[in-house]
Design a binder for this molecule. Structure first.
Ligand code: NDP
Ligand code: GDR
Length: 354
């Protein structure tokens, strides 16, 4: 039985990857942070009591900023594969917490790679690094591929740039089977609530249920290549199974504006928007009754923005046999339906406690 260690197991991708690896028969270990409130909702259904004899899902407390902890957990678990998904992953928040973001995302990756060296596991453990399309930043060429130059545009992207190159360097210097997956945006009903897609689908669901009238967004013109997280964790696993460690782009090859995502989400509840104004004055109205639904709020603008991301996944198609399977329309539909259910249940819980 193969053993995997997942950092960031409580996040969106950690949850989907845990499910995938358990289904493939792996013994799955995850590192989770101590928190004063619950942070394990996405993986609670996978929890197994420590007293169960054939337990295949085990949590370890840990933090990417604590090298002693990482060394001890890696030593204890002796994983065949490490998936380094832990990160302060919010681009806008990284402008507020740049030093912490660098510590967790950049130096954290180094700490994990060093743990492999210190423990003499360079030849026995494969390593996956959660790299990102944010590395491309300011547009140099489109579509973006493994050979497109990087130009990071946020403290998050700059930290991930270090993590990308230290992964390449440890592969070349010490022969570690270490790969970067350069993943374009991927979403799902488990997406964090402050990323734009989930913020939109939650707000649309709340409007549908009569819980709110309108919501606020930042740059509606940004273009993203959005896929489904379920497809992307399959790609991560395929990257790690390659005989030779290399770096791969995972993307859909399509790009859409934030505005068109909003339109698609509203279409799910039968609402068509009319957009009026431009820039900070742009607003979206329900064409049926003229109600204001979406307003631009400059507080969500970023000091430096990434305007256009569109990936070229042809290397992954060719070498991994990987392709995205869920269309954007299918994903929007799944996310809105899920949020209608989630928000309806939240409302019922609140009413019970009133
Ligand atoms: P999430 O933000 O949903 O999850 C991040 C995970 O990292 C959470 O489990 C979080 O714990 C954990 N974490 C954060 N800081 C630390 C720390 N200091 N020590 C230990 N754990 C920590 O991200 P996603 O699942 O969406 O993304 C997974 C990875 O892939 C991230 O590295 C992200 O940067 C990268 N990525 C994501 C893309 C996407 O579109 N989703 C695209 C490209 C790359 P907690 O639950 O306690 O907060
Ligand atoms: P991103 O995702 O920055 O691409 O990083 P996010 O969903 O936060 O933003 C996408 C685009 O939408 C614009 N936007 C808004 N964004 C948020 N969060 N909130 C808003 O109200 C809003 N209005 C407009 C943003 O300006 C941006 O252009 C995600 C993360 O998962 C990273 O960890 C990952 O590396 C990249 O995707 C690939």
């Amino acid at each position: 039985m193969k053993r995997a260690l997942i950092t960031g197991v409580t996040g969106q991708d950690g949850a989907y990857l845990s499910e995938l690896l358990l289904a493939k028969g792996y013994d799955v270990h995850g590192i989770k942070r101590r928190s004063s409130s619950f942070n394990s909702a996405r993986i609670d259904h996978l929890y197994q009591d420590p007293h169960e004899a054939d337990r295949r899902f085990t949590m370890h407390y840990g933090d990417m900023t604590d090298s002693t902890n990482l060394i001890r957990v890696v030593q204890e678990v002796q994983p065949d594969e490490i998936y380094n998904l832990a990160a302060q992953s919010h681009v806008q928040v990284s402008f507020d917490t740049p030093e912490y973001t660098a510590n967790a995302d950049a130096v954290g990756t180094l700490r994990l790679l060093e743990a492999l060296r210190i423990l003499g596991m360079e030849k026995t453990t494969r390593f996956y690094q959660a790299s990102t399309s944010e590395l491309y930043g300011l547009v140099q060429e489109v579509p973006q591929s493994e050979t497109t130059p990087f130009y990071p545009r946020s403290p998050y992207a700059a930290a991930k740039l270090y993590a990308y190159w230290i992964t390449v360097n440890y592969r070349e210097a010490y022969g570690i089977h270490a790969s970067n997956g350069i993943l374009f945006n991927h979403e799902s009903p488990l997406r964090g609530e402050t990323f734009v897609t989930r913020k939109i689908t939650r707000a649309v669901a709340a409007i549908h249920l009569g819980r709110q009238d309108r919501f606020y967004l930042g740059n509606l013109d940004a273009k993203r290549d959005w896929g489904h997280a379920r497809d992307y964790v399959e790609g991560m696993w395929r990257i790690v199974q390659q005989d030779k460690a290399e770096d791969y782009v995972l993307a859909t090859g399509e790009t859409h504006t934030v505005r068109s995502f909003v339109d698609a989400a509203f279409a799910e509840i039968g609402v068509t928007l009319e957009w009026r104004g431009a820039g900070v004055d742009e607003k979206g109205y329900d064409t049926a009754d003229g109600t204001l639904r979406v307003e631009v709020d400059p507080r969500y603008f970023r000091p430096t923005e990434v305007d256009l991301l569109i990936g070229d996944p042809s290397k992954a198609h060719r070498e991994l046999g990987w392709r995205h399977t869920t269309t954007l329309a299918e994903m929007v539909s799944e996310m809105v339906a899920s949020d209608i259910k989630v928000i309806a249940e939240e409302g019922e819980r609140r009413e019970r406690h009133d």
